[in-house]
Design a protein around this ligand. Sequence first.
Ligand code: BES
Ligand code: MN
Ligand code: ZN
Length: 477
Amino acid sequence: MNVDVRQRSLRDADAALVVVGLFEGGSLPAEVADAPGAGDAKGSFKTMTRLYPGAPERLVVVGLGERDALDAEKLRVLAALVAAEATKLEASSLAWALPPAEDEGAAAEAIVTGTILGSYRFDRFKGQDDEDAPTARLSSLTLLGPAELAGAAETARVYSEAANRARDLQETPANFARPEDLAKRAEEIAAGNDKVTVEVLDGDAIRAKGLGGLAAVTQGGPVDPRLIVLRYAGGGDGPTLGLVGKGVTFDTGGIVLKPGAGMQEMKFDMSGASAVLEATAAIAELGLPIDLITVVPSTENMPSGTAVKPGDVITQYNGKTVEVNNTDAEGRLILADALAYAIELGAERVVDIATLTGAVLIALGSTYAAVVSNDDELAGELTAAGEESGELVWRLPLHDEYRAMMKGTVADLSNLAKKREAGSITAASFLEEFVDDTPWAHIDIAGTAWDVNRAYTGKGGSGYGVRLLVQLARDLA
Ligand code: BES
Ligand code: MN
Ligand code: ZN
């Protein structure tokens, strides 16, 4: 999407559709207040009224709701609804009059984000004669406002397009998005930026290095795994941030096979990987002054005669032994290796993001992701970044009683808790065993990675995590 900021009147906006907001009890700008039908325009939140003032030719008045209640999240929602309206009207360019706001930068970011995320479609596999395909695509957005907001608008364009690329990766089915395809995307990201380098391990290298969790999960299938490492040297004087993303390109459950109904959703089990890859790309594109080490363990989880079996004992990268008591608890096995690996490579604080447990959907639905952390400061930074970006996180606790539930019978640890309760926390407690004293936060996105059904994310992959992690990097940098 082409995004720019210009200080212009509505009549000179020069776009196929011009948008102006109206507060409840407020009034329209004088330029258009006398247009036929203007008196019918409503300020109630989300109400839209089309007007044809002549200059501009076509205008939509969007209800902003109560003046005091307007915030960034409401603007993202409104921008997405307006983008849908533009698509209906076959308008390819949009000019949005920036509504008055306390934080104009945040308002500009929200409108850009809602517009870009709201006009997302995944049509890679749709034919030419798809009836649902829009005839014209929205391709340009102008914010009518002070030129100083150009930086904020550009920042939002970068991270929102990164989020849409993450959605492309998420939506791509497992026969096209294999571990090697994620690695290819990482290589592309490195090729596109001087400050980014990439290193990829294949199955043989993974086994040779002793990444036993990743090796165990991958042994049931024929698809070769990858351990992907991206480094971004942005400088600055803060500690190196590690980002680890779960990259299970398809999760059948393995020998503990999942039920068939809904199993196709398990193509999304690499949503954490898409989030960290595209967040890294966005952080590099923005040139943020921070050093990053991004690690993606990627594999399928398949059942077969060579698959890991319940009860098998494996040795993780850090030397701890684990009983694989449930082959469907595979995410923690590959993350355990990746966390230890990221710390060995120099990550001084680390955030992992993963579609880890169905339990988090029961706890928090699709509104908040869960964060579990051994560090109050990092947890606080993530909570704040969540509020700013709209990708919300809610902290769940750690406790020795949860840790005790992950002890093994014949090995150091079990990948399955002794009880089903607190499943999202016990999964995190397992990961805690692999970070020692490094400040660490784990984000469980099994509830927020797809089918969030916000106006700007809709059904399908949400790209959750890209905006959150970019915001975290902006705050830490
Ligand atoms: N990828 C799943 C988690 C998941 C489930 C994500 C539903 C999104 C929707 C993960 O690998 C898994 O299977 N977790 C198990 C863990 C259990 C066996 C301890 C789960 O949540 O049931
Ligand atoms: Mn699983
Ligand atoms: Zn999984």
